[in-house]
Ligand binder design. Structure first.
Ligand SMILES: NC(=O)c1ccc[n+]([C@@H]2O[C@H](COP(=O)([O-])OP(=O)(O)OC[C@H]3O[C@@H](n4cnc5c(N)ncnc54)[C@H](O)[C@@H]3O)[C@@H](O)[C@H]2O)c1
Length: 297
């Protein structure tokens, strides 16, 4: 029975994961090496609860209880000692994740399940550096976690079926919809999404259509809530490029090769919403977006 959950990384995803479990009465240890990130995460969680209160979906009392369910730590060893489940949501870097999983494996109880929220790194590879590979699994939440219903559950090559079942049940307990897939590059979400985004970027690069036209066609024609170029800006163009590289290397198939325009735009440091410019330009505090000057002509 899972009661205590340690979340490693208090960034965009970590704070959302902590929010959802705390709201559902789990005890949560939120761990980040960076104290400023922890402070920011607690503020974000509190603000997101306020939004839910103003919509009438939760009460002040639930917010108070949820915040009381969260403890914070700077050191992994201290924060995972009594965990039933550890969910790693640290920076997407393979060497870092392998180092973190070795640390968790040494410090967490032998019975604990170890999950990663990675978007693209092999769960089988992560599991291979632990002494409990049958208890390692992918738990891929979507951004923003409190809003998005899906949890893509990724079975590593050696994940035990009982572990998968525990994570399916747990996902339902927090009102999410679990979907189980196998561990191959990009899993399912990104194996399908990233080639679509890459194709949209290719269409722009080849001059077949402009930014607004591509996004409008996909929004109005396919009922997507956001066009692929705007979505790429939202995800982060560097993140899109690195996932495409994982697909390209992992399958050895040229159909996943990242578009040279994506490589250029990332090399130039235009990473989308987080840097204020990608295919569109963004102004902090404003919802207005404009097609970036460089794609106007
Ligand atoms: N952002 C998304 O849309 C999204 C969606 C699904 C999955 N993911 C995945 O979730 C993970 C986290 O992504 P994010 O967007 O939240 O990143 P982020 O950069 O917002 O946060 C990462 C956090 O990890 C912390 N960290 C780094 N090293 C650490 C260590 N050794 N111990 C503890 N904390 C450490 C950093 O201080 C930072 O606060 C990645 O694997 C990413 O691929 C991201």
């Amino acid at each position: 029975m899972i009661k205590k959950i340690s979340v490693i990384g208090a960034g965009t995803m970590g704070n959302g994961i902590a929010h959802v479990f705390a709201q559902n009465n789990f005890e949560v240890n939120l761990i980040d090496v960076n104290s400023i990130q922890i402070e920011k995460a607690l503020q974000t969680i509190s603000k997101n609860f306020d939004r839910q209160i103003s919509k009438g979906s939760i009460s002040e009392e639930i917010k108070k209880q949820a915040l009381a369910n969260i403890s914070t730590f700077n050191v992994i060893k201290d924060g995972v000692q009594d965990a039933d489940l550890v969910i790693e949501a640290a920076t997407e870097n393979i060497d870092l994740k392998l180092k973190i999983f070795k640390e968790i494996d040494e410090a967490a109880p032998a019975s604990a399940i170890l999950a990663s929220n990675t978007s693209s790194i092999s769960i089988t590879k992560i599991a291979s550096v632990t002494k409990r590979s049958e208890k390692v699994i992918g738990m891929h939440f979507m951004n923003p976690v409190p809003v998005m219903k899906l949890v893509e559950i990724i079975n590593g090559f050696t994940t035990d079926a009982s572990v998968t079942q525990t994570i399916i049940d747990l996902s339902k307990q927090i009102n999410k919809v679990p979907c189980v897939v196998n561990d191959y590059p990009g899993f399912i979400a990104n194996k399908i999404l990233m080639p679509m985004i890459n194709e949209a970027i290719y269409s722009l690069y080849e001059g077949i259509a402009g930014v607004e036209e591509i996004d409008t066609i996909m929004k109005l024609g396919m009922a997507h809530p956001m066009g692929p170029l705007q979505l790429a800006d939202f995800i982060g163009l560097d993140v899109c490029l690195s996932i495409l590289n994982v697909l390209h290397e992992g399958f050895g198939n040229p159909k996943y090769a990242p578009c040279p325009l994506l490589v250029n735009i990332v090399t130039a440091g235009k990473l989308g919403v987080k840097t204020g410019e990608g295919f569109y330009t963004y102004t902090p505090g404003s919802k207005d977006i404009k097609v970036s000057e460089r794609f106007m002509h």
